[in-house]
Design a protein around this ligand. Structure first.
Ligand SMILES: *Cc1c(COP(=O)(O)O)cnc(C)c1O
Length: 380
C-alpha cells in the first residue's frame, strides 16, 4: 500500500496514508471492479482474494485511512451508514439487552423497533445524556451493547463518551458511538474509551453528497468484530468499488472542509442565538447549550457543522422561514459542501418526537456571510 509514517491526521487524510501504487507509482489507488479472483493450477487463490462480497481491494486504503484517523485496530466499509449500524446489532444474539438513546437517528430507531426487536433484541431507550441513568438501566449479564450518538441528530444532544465507556466496561458491554456529526476531525471516540465507532460516510467523510456509504472502526479485532465482518460478508451490505474510491477521494479534503464548516456554524449559531424570531439555537459550541461543557471536553478544535434552529411560531413559523431561504437548499442529508436545511418533524412523521419548530441546518462551504444574510432575510 506504500504507506509512509505520518503523525498528524490532516496529513494522513490528504495523502490517504501516503498511498503510492507499487506497480505503477500512481499516487491515486486504482478501482478494482472484478467480482472474482483466479486460482492457480493447485487450486490456490493467486492473491488470497476470493469474491467481492467477501472483500475488495478497493476497500483496503479507505479502511486503513479511517482506522488511522479513528485510532482503531481495523475498519470496515458498508453500503450505507444504516448497513454499518445494523451490522453491529445483528452481530449480537437474540435475547441480548441493548441500551439506545432517546434522541437517535430516525431511521435507525425505526429499524430497531420494527425489525431488531422482532428478531429478538431487547431494546431499551434511555436518556444517554445522563450516565447515572444509563448505569441504572444496565441489566447485569444481559446488557451487551450501549449505543450512543453524539452530537445527536437532530437536537445536537451531547453524550459523555468517557463516562459511558466507564459504564459499559463495568457492565461488560460494548460501547458503540455514531460519530457522524463529530467526524474524526473533532472527536476520536476510541481514545475516550469506546469500542466501536460508526459513521454514515454519506455525510462528512465523503462530503460531497454523491456517495451513500457507512463505516465501522473497532478498538480490537475481537469476537464481536469477527461477527460484524461476517454480517457484512453474509448479509451482503457491501460498498461498490467505485463508491469506495469516491469515498477515499472525498476523505482527502476532510480536514480542509470540516474545520471551515465548524467555524461557519459557530458564527451562525452566535449570530442567531438572541434573534427575536428564534426560540433557541441548538449548537454545542454555544456556552448556554446543555451539553456544552462535555462537548468542550470531548470535541477538539470545533463543534461541527450541524446545528438546529427553533423558530418562533411553531411548525408554521419554521416552515414559513424555511420557505423564504434562497441560498440554503431545502433537502435532507448533511455534511456536504452545500448548506442544507430540513424540517425534521415533517420528514419523521406523526411518531416524531422532534420539536415541530425545529429546522436542522447542515452548514456547507459557501461564504458564511451569504448564509447569515439568507437566514436573516428568511426570519424577517
Ligand atoms: C445519515 C445518518 C445515518 C444513516 O446513514 P445512511 O448513510 O443514510 O444509511 C446514521 N446516523 C446519523 C447520525 C446520520 O446522520
Amino acid at each position: 500500500m506504500g504507506q509512509t509514517e505520518h503523525t498528524r491526521p490532516a496529513t494522513v487524510a490528504a495523502q490517504a496514508l501516503g498511498f503510492v501504487d507499487a506497480a505503477t507509482g500512481a499516487i491515486v489507488p486504482p478501482v478494482h471492479p472484478s467480482t472474482t479472483y483466479e486460482r492457480d493450477a493447485d487450486n490456490r487463490l493467486l492473491g488470497g482474494r476470493l469474491y467481492s462480497r467477501a472483500d475488495n481491494p478497493s476497500y483496503d486504503q479507505v479502511e486503513a485511512v479511517i482506522t488511522a484517523l479513528e485510532g482503531g485496530a481495523a475498519s470496515a466499509v458498508f453500503a450505507s451508514g444504516m448497513g454499518a449500524a445494523t451490522a453491529v446489532f445483528l452481530a449480537l444474539r437474540p435475547g441480548d439487552h441493548v441500551l439506545v438513546p432517546r434522541v437517535i437517528y430516525w431511521a435507525l430507531r425505526g429499524w430497531l423497533f420494527d425489525w431488531a426487536e422482532a428478531w429478538g433484541l431487547r431494546i431499551e431507550e434511555v436518556d444517554m445524556t445522563r450516565p447515572s441513568v444509563v448505569a441504572a438501566a444496565v441489566r447485569p449479564g444481559h446488557t451487551k451493547l450501549i449505543w450512543t450518538e453524539t452530537p445527536a441528530n437532530p437536537t445536537l444532544a451531547i453524550t459523555d463518551i468517557e463516562a459511558l465507556a466507564g459504564v459499559a466496561r463495568k457492565a461488560g458491554a460494548t460501547l458503540a458511538v455514531d460519530s457522524t456529526f463529530a467526524t474524526p476531525v473533532h472527536t476520536q471516540p476510541i481514545a475516550l474509551g469506546a469500542d466501536i465507532v460508526m459513521h454514515s460516510a454519506t455525510k462528512y467523510l465523503n462530503g460531497h453528497s454523491d456517495v451513500v456509504a457507512g463505516t465501522l472502526t473497532t478498538r480490537a479485532q475481537d469476537d464481536l468484530w469477527a461477527r460484524i465482518k461476517t454480517v457484512r460478508v453474509q448479509g451482503g451490505a457491501v460498498l461498490g468499488p467505485f463508491e469506495a474510491w469516491l469515498l477515499l477521494r472525498g476523505m482527502r479534503t476532510l480536514f480542509a472542509r470540516v474545520p471551515a464548516q465548524s467555524r461557519a456554524a459557530q458564527a451562525i449559531a452566535e449570530r442567531f442565538a438572541a434573534h427575536p424570531r428564534v426560540a433557541a439555537v441548538l449548537y454545542p459550541g454555544l456556552p448556554g447549550f446543555d451539553g456544552h461543557a462535555v462537548a468542550a471536553r470531548q470535541m477538539k478544535g470545533g463543534f461541527g457543522g450541524m446545528m438546529s434552529l427553533r423558530v418562533k411560531g411553531g411548525s408554521q413559523g419554521a416552515l414559513a422561514a424555511m420557505g423564504r431561504l434562497r441560498v440554503w437548499k431545502r433537502a435532507t442529508s448533511l455534511g456536504g459542501v452545500e448548506s442544507l436545511v430540513e424540517h425534521r418533524a415533517s420528514v419523521e412523521g406523526p411518531q416524531s418526537t422532534t420539536p415541530p419548530d425545529l429546522l436542522r441546518m447542515s452548514v456547507g462551504l459557501e461564504d458564511p456571510a451569504d448564509l447569515i444574510a439568507d437566514i436573516e432575510a428568511a426570519l424577517g
